[in-house]
Design a protein around this ligand. Structure first.
Ligand code: FAD
Length: 515
């Protein structure tokens, strides 16, 4: 039978290391497709910034594929009718795509597509592109599988692909034609070429101070790789990043640089480790890992607190600066993301689901498996992780000692003297007038009392974690989702993974990470 391929692009908007493209080359002819699904556009996590970035990636991908002879069709509609319509226009026998570990709606869509392919005798082949393992029985051995996949040779497309008779290749839609308002964010550059440039500059120069610089929002902006939106949209593969990093580590005579890059390499594993949690338990998008936490925050959602937090008007300068920076750029470094969530979940006692939806829309790199796992970790609902409650004032003093970040993003505080910048409510009225910042008028007073809020949060969580039910469930969560280091190459550089099935609460000033 004549083999005709449809390459269905999703979160893999690249040409390099793309297994479905290679498989298409082995067919008699092929077409490529990206579907802009209303289910995505209407999902609560989707923001115009994501669509904008995807459209820019698609424009570049369309040219790159055209150079290899393959037309990229971009259609708007639900996946199933689009795939069926295309099948009536071009009788493809193979549907080729990458596996996706996405939100609930994409999982339901995949079930429907699989059933339809079966009924239409179309072979749907899904290739993996991350370390996420489908139908994983146990986490034991997962790290070894990750390593094997990432060390495997990349898929190199040699020559062109024979295109099927050309179908209508309409212009790419725009945000306006999709009914979306402008997002106003200054986003990172989209596309495969930008991803390759970022990787190169990080591995050659920017990554030198990675370990020291990743915690401050001032230094992290340059010293982190900034590859996260590219990994989320698939403009670069995890294997490409991993292999280039290993080459850079082996190639540098500078031990300090190699050490920095090893820290980065570890985080690439975390990416897939967190995604695996959603793959194994899709419900964590909606419900607590530790069901003993059900009811903890559900009933007292404070809309005024949410409004203040989400607009950067809490009265805590570091929290407000981080939120405003995120709203303007779509990116924030790990520690400051964790602080924002800690403040929302502990100080304001807001449930992680609405705050997580809000942040998902702001993060250009929204990756459901990482996002929901992290939202729950930073909210104390995994049952297994050390509780980390950040002090916003301490974070301001530690991560922004000169006050540059706060002054940049919270201009109301521009003239506040440095000793007061982390806690401007301590200024007496004369200083406030001198600084042109009257508290409660020019800048909000703190919406909650730091110490009282932390004490209340600790009491509630300590109380819960001490119960027999919490301890018993922690063991189950750990067995299902906890990391296993076995199977990884021996490395003195890997930090011990901090997990704790026992109750443990601390005010974190040294956030590092875990599972
Ligand atoms: C509440 C919360 C939500 C988050 N949501 C997301 C998300 O939706 N998408 C996302 O990619 N990251 C998320 N992170 C993790 C982390 O903040 C970002 O990956 C990182 O800031 C991205 O910047 P970078 O690419 O420069 O990272 P780098 O420090 O250069 O790291 C390289 C890559 O490693 C991975 N990585 C780094 N840190 C982590 C981590 N803690 N957990 C898992 N993977 C990691 C990412 O793929 C990242 O691109 C979240 C963190 C928190 C606390």
């Amino acid at each position: 039978m004549r083999r005709r391929a449809l390459v269905w692009f999703k979160h893999d908007l690249r040409v390099c290391d793309h297994a479905p493209l290679l498989a298409a080359q082995a067919c008699e002819d092929a077409l490529a497709l990206f579907v802009i699904e209303p289910e995505w556009l209407q999902s609560p996590e989707c923001d115009a910034c994501h669509v904008d970035f995807a459209l820019a990636c698609l424009a570049e991908l369309r040219s790159a594929l055209a150079e290899r002879g393959l037309p990229l069709l971009v259609r708007v509609g639900s996946a199933l009718p689009v795939l069926a319509q295309l099948h009536s226009e071009f009788a493809y026998t193979e549907l080729l795509s990458h596996e996706e570990t996405g939100p609930g709606w994409s999982y339901q869509r995949d079930l429907a597509v699989a059933a339809w392919c079966k009924s239409a005798s179309i072979s749907w082949q899904e290739f993996n592109q991350t370390g996420v393992v489908r139908r994983l029985g146990s986490r034991a051995g997962w790290a070894r599988l990750w390593q094997e996949r990432m060390d495997a040779p990349p898929h190199v497309l040699d020559g062109s692909i024979k295109a099927a008779a050309s179908l209508d290749q309409a212009e790419l839609p725009t945000l306006a034609s999709l009914g979306l308002a402008p997002h106003g964010k200054a986003l990172q550059t989209a596309g495969e070429q930008a991803a390759q440039r970022l990787l190169k500059s990080f591995l050659q120069v920017r990554g030198y101070d990675y370990r020291q610089a990743l915690s401050s929002p001032l230094t992290a902006e340059q010293a982190c790789s900034r590859l996260s939106p590219h990994l989320a949209f698939g403009t670069i593969s995890m294997r490409t990043v991993h292999q280039a990093t290993e080459v850079a580590i082996r190639g540098t005579p500078d031990r300090a640089f190699a050490h920095a890059l090893r820290g980065f390499a570890g985080r690439l594993r975390w990416h897939c480790h967190f995604m695996q949690k959603l793959e194994d338990e899709p419900a964590i998008e909606f419900q607590n890992f530790a069901r003993v936490c059900d009811g903890l925050r559900e009933s007292d959602f404070n809309d005024a607190h949410f409004a203040a937090w989400s607009t950067g008007r809490t009265g805590y300068p570091m929290v407000d600066a981080c939120m405003r920076s995120l709203l303007a750029t779509g990116w924030l470094n790990f520690r400051m993301r964790a602080m924002l969530v800690s403040f929302a979940s502990y100080h304001l006692w807001l449930h992680w689901r609405p705050t997580g939806i809000f942040l998902a829309r702001q993060f250009l790199d929204f990756e459901p498996g990482i996002h929901w796992s992290q939202m729950q970790m930073q909210s104390g609902t995994t049952g297994i992780n050390t509780l980390r409650i950040y002090s916003p004032s301490k974070q301001a003093r530690d991560q922004d000692p000169q006050g540059l970040f706060i002054r940049r993003w919270v201009p109301e505080l521009a003239r506040v003297p440095l000793p007061y910048l982390a806690e401007p409510w301590r200024m007496d009225p004369a200083v406030q007038r001198m600084a042109s910042c009257v508290m409660g008028e020019d800048y909000p007073l703190p919406i909650v009392d730091d110490k009282a809020a932390i004490t209340a949060a600790k009491d509630r969580l300590y109380g819960l974690r001490k119960t027999e039910a919490a301890r018993a469930e922690a063991g189950q969560v750990q067995a299902r989702h906890g990391s296993r280091k076995s199977g990884l190459p021996a490395s003195g550089q890997r930090r011990a993974v901090k997990t704790s099935p026992q109750p443990s609460v601390q005010v974190a000033h040294q956030a590092e990470l875990f599972d």
